[in-house]
Design a protein around this ligand. Structure first.
Ligand SMILES: O=C([O-])CC(=O)C(=O)O
Ligand SMILES: [Mg+2]
Length: 636
């Protein structure tokens, strides 16, 4: 602790990347200089003294205040309600000159204006030219397109995120369809597999067993105090790639960059976390570049205690309105964690609930093409894990709401095949608890194709993580008793997809309504072009999270997932349907997210789970107005 001009500074508040928080910033007798690590004398750092308690109480970034007074910093209303007042007022340093160019939150590169170059000690540190944000985007896109290998593009994007955050987000928002497969599935999967080898700068917060007993302090090492969304993984089931241990960090980082780009949550409110309890992946344990703990996974009490400490510390540090998104946990933990913390925290499991909501939306839209109601269809899943059973439950719930038929009955329209064959009553004793609701009366069937022939589903959904399992025989069987078979191959990344788009269209003679978890390019079959949709939870979680935040929701409720599905399905246009599409293009995702957010927020108010009062009159407009914009601020 040291003192400057009468204000107290904790080491914590001055180390690392720092933020300025209020409009009433007071520049300390310029050019008073204090190093970011608290040591006086660094010419490149100037200091703002702030008091976080004077914050206005808008829930997310308000972009109206685009001009920063008194220095370079985030000057927008943020929710101070969750601030731990014992650690405030806290003080933040703001970089200028050489440090400013190396601070990704504030750096604008060649876009610094002449005036900014004068006032922030940048003269001579930049070449003379001043360029626009748009030209920077054009140049970066040209440069990224030079790389043929997707992983190189991924690394270029990560470097950009570490160099100039606003340019990174503008690039992603303006080119979402081109860049989504780079920062997200499928490339992020390869990045996680090779994370140790391509590791440059750490991103996110690593909490390993070594930090047991100290998680509260570890959270304080993170430079941001006002966290609204955490995406956390323990790396045990990364996409369909299995246990990648600590290298799963690519997933929370990627998901949160979509929270910002697609859902408009400001980057500084997002915290990626990887919990490292070891890995059972022998290749990684023997890999000299592996970045995680070199031990087999902790289980049982040791695992539960670490998770418990983390969940408790999060609530202590960020309050009860921080959204915790569980991502890519293995089945045996995912369901239990959701059940355990669902009543005490604002938690959401993307693989169970997000995937369910996006698939239900696709099915609602598909009914426009195939006819009938949801309850008139029969569903068969390959894969009875988080995604499969999560989707099944949400479909059954929606059928029950639509028809008034009890849930136990609507579930009977849904069948599942796992690695041991069709889930039937005779297997009940040995089934994991989350599979039991799907065990119906039927003789045992081992092979998927035989289950298809016997059940005759109208909808076939792959959620097994096992690639190439929708064989020609399976797809052809679907096409014999369905005019338009609905086939979803959800497993990620592309290598794990149950079949390709080309296979689905070719083997069904162009009749399949097809969607997949990872993107496929349009396919030409018999002179016609078929574009398929991406049934990926990226459509849902950014808008869903935004809706929770703008309403100040304290719990997630299944009805919110149902309205999110409706909101997404409503965004599919006639023009999309004419092309056989059951999802709207990602290019419109911010508008889609605002609609999802509005419906989720409205449901939170209706259910009495919202704490932000009064309820805004026009929730869509409100959601849009809260969204982060990557436009540069001007630094006076
Ligand atoms: O990340 C994705 O593309 C979708 C997802 O959650 C998963 O496959 O686990
Ligand atoms: Mg996932």
């Amino acid at each position: 602790m040291f003192s400057l001009n009468g204000s107290s500074f904790t080491n914590n508040s001055l180390s690392g990347v720092s933020r300025c928080l209020t409009q009433s910033s007071r520049r300390v007798s310029a050019p008073m200089v204090v190093a970011a690590n608290g040591k006086p004398g660094d010419r490149n750092v100037s200091v703002l003294v702030e008091n976080a308690l004077t914050e206005s109480a808008a829930p997310v970034e308000k972009e109206t205040k685009s001009t920063v007074t008194g220095g370079v910093g985030d000057v927008y209303g943020e929710d101070s309600a969750t601030e731990d007042q014992s650690i405030t007022p806290w003080t933040l340093s703001v970089a200028s000159g050489y440090s400013l160019l190396r601070n990704p939150h504030y750096n604008k590169g060649l876009a610094f204006t002449e005036r900014e170059r004068d006032s922030h000690y940048l003269r001579g540190l930049l070449p003379p030219v001043v360029v626009s944000h748009d030209l920077q985007v054009k140049k970066m896109m040209n440069s990224i397109r030079q790389y043929d290998v997707p992983l190189q593009r991924y690394m270029a994007m990560m470097d950009l995120q570490e160099m100039n955050e606003r340019l990174f987000y503008k690039l992603l928002i303006d080119n979402v369809e081109e860049l989504l497969p780079i920062v997200y599935t499928p490339t992020v999967g390869e990045a996680c597999q090779k994370y140790g080898s391509i590791f440059r700068r750490p991103q996110g917060l690593f909490i390993s067993l070594k930090e047991k007993g100290k998680i509260h302090e570890v959270l304080k090492n993170w430079p941001e105090k006002k966290i609204q969304v955490i995406v956390v993984t323990d790396g045990e089931r990364i996409l369909g790639l299995g246990d990648l241990g600590c290298q799963g960090m690519g997933i929370p980082v990627g998901k949160l960059s979509l929270y910002t780009a697609l859902g408009g949550i400001r980057p500084s409110a997002c915290l990626p976390v990887t919990i490292d309890v070891g890995t059972n992946n022998e290749n990684l344990l023997n890999n000299e570049f592996y970045i995680g703990l070199r031990r087999r996974r902790a289980t049982g009490q040791e695992y539960a205690e670490l998770l418990d400490e983390f969940m408790y510390a999060v609530k202590q540090n960020y309050g009860e309105k921080v959204l915790i998104q569980f991502e890519d946990f293995a089945n045996h933990n995912a369901f239990d964690l959701l059940a355990k913390y669902g009543t005490s925290h604002l938690v959401f499991n993307d693989d169970i609930q997000g995937t369910a909501s996006v698939v239900l939306a696709g099915l609602m839209a598909a009914l426009n093409l195939v006819g009938g109601t949801l309850a008139e269809h029969t569903f068969l899943f390959l894969g009875a894990g988080e995604a499969g059973t999560g989707i099944a439950e949400l479909i059954a719930l929606e059928m029950s709401k639509q028809t008034g038929i009890p849930l136990e009955e609507t579930r009977k329209k849904i069948w599942m095949v796992d690695s041991k064959g069709l889930i039937v009553k005779s297997r009940m004793e040995v089934l994991q608890h989350f599979k039991r609701p799907w065990a119906h009366d039927h003789e045992p069937v081992k092979e998927l194709v035989n289950a298809v022939k016997s059940i005759k589903p109208t909808v076939l959904i792959g959620s097994s993580g096992a690639g190439r399992t929708f064989t020609k025989e399976v797809v052809q069987a679907m096409a014999t008793f369905n005019e338009k078979p609905i086939i979803f191959a959800l497993s990620n990344p592309t290598s794990q997809s149950e079949c390709t788009a080309e296979e689905a269209y070719t083997w069904s003679e162009g009749r399949a309504i097809f969607a997949s978890g990872s993107p496929f390019a349009p396919v030409e079959y018999n002179g016609k072009v078929y574009a398929s949709g991406q049934a990926n939870n990226a459509y849902i979680f950014p808008g869903f999270g935004l809706g929770l935040i703008i309403s100040g929701a304290i719990r997630v409720h299944d009805d919110m997932l149902l309205v999110a599905s409706e909101a997404l399905a409503e965004q599919v246009s006639e023009e999309n349907f004419e092309k056989g599409l059951i999802y709207p293009p990602f290019a419109n995702i911010r508008k889609i997210s605002a609609h999802i957010a509005a419906k989720v927020a409205a449901k939170a108010y209706e259910l009495g789970l919202a704490t932000r009062l009064p309820e805004p009159k026009n929730l869509v407009e409100y959601a849009e107005s809260c969204m982060y914009s990557p436009a540069y601020r001007s630094y006076r």
